[in-house]
Design a protein around this ligand. Sequence first.
Ligand code: GDP
Length: 366
Amino acid sequence: MEELICQGCGAQIQTTDPDQIGYTPKSSLDKEVVLCQRCFRLKHYNEIQDVSATDEDFLQMVSEIREKEGIVVHLIDIFDVEGSMLKSLSRIIGDKPVILAGNKMDLLPKSTNKRKLTQWLRSKAKDVGLIVEDVFLISSVKGYGLNDLTESIEFYRGGKDVYIVGTTNVGKSTFINRLIRQTTGEDHVITTSYFPGTTLGFISIPLDDQSSLIDTPGIVNHEQIAHYISDSDLKVITPKKEIKPRVFQLNSGQSLFFGGLGRIDFIKGERQSFVCYFANSLSIHRTKLENADNLYAEHKGGLLSPPEAESMENFPELKKSTYRIKEQKTDIVFPGLGWISLPDGEATVAAYSPKGVHLSLRKSFF
Ligand code: GDP
């Protein structure tokens, strides 16, 4: 096949994989102006659709924007901060100002301490070498926090371009579609403009005569738990509305299973409450620590699911980390799944997550 280039974003046209850059149905190939499906949808329906790229592809694509002027809005999923914070971002973007936006705030209980959450996001960004100008807590679905964010974008961009970056599934398309509606109105048709250079897969949405909002492909992070489970399992673990904390009063020698995707053993400490923040649809199973290994061996993929039985074959083993928690109220974070809050006081616990998905501790913000 002769090499075709999308007239919207410059991507090489392909007709085999709808999730990848440059996809066009075969039937559209003989049109005079060939657009990939993503540019076609933006042009005709004002709608952004996500495509994905690996970290390396992405690095290559954006290497050229390093030298260009503009600012970066890094969108992350508040429910999967570890999985959605891009470790290589500071290397990729050079010294552009970065605004961090924690999306899906509507899922957190009202009792969330937003100031502490914001501080934690800042420190997480710093851990990966990212100095952020500003942090916002938003909900792209509900519209929460978007006005403050867009004001800040206007301030920092100073008439320059705005690059929106994030891993897949953080809500990037929802966010951009909302911005488009907000700024152009429902019926306004957007014309995509070919982004100069060979930055394939970038979509440029004009903001004014000189500058654009640039949608970059969603980056795939293989450490995200979503990559180990089926789509139907993902539905079970993804919260759809505000999560209701579930409280378990535990004695030492008791364990909790979160489906079959995570586990915690209370090894030592006074009887205390373990407050669990997971999707309401994820089942939590309590058992005696001495029975826990057997229970998992016999019931993973069944009573202890997700993962469903069919996904068990490729599912990594659960890996154990032991923590001695002292005094301060602490959250144990299971990336992409949720977290458990332990009250003030001492406790020794063992927490388990699929090998490759790294657990972490933080000061609780509940
Ligand atoms: P993308 O892959 O980054 O473009 O993500 P999408 O925009 O396709 O969103 C991924 C999933 O997250 C979808 O199921 C969205 O409905 C959901 N989502 C996006 N933004 C929000 C939000 O603010 N709150 C909630 N609860 N869900 C969201």
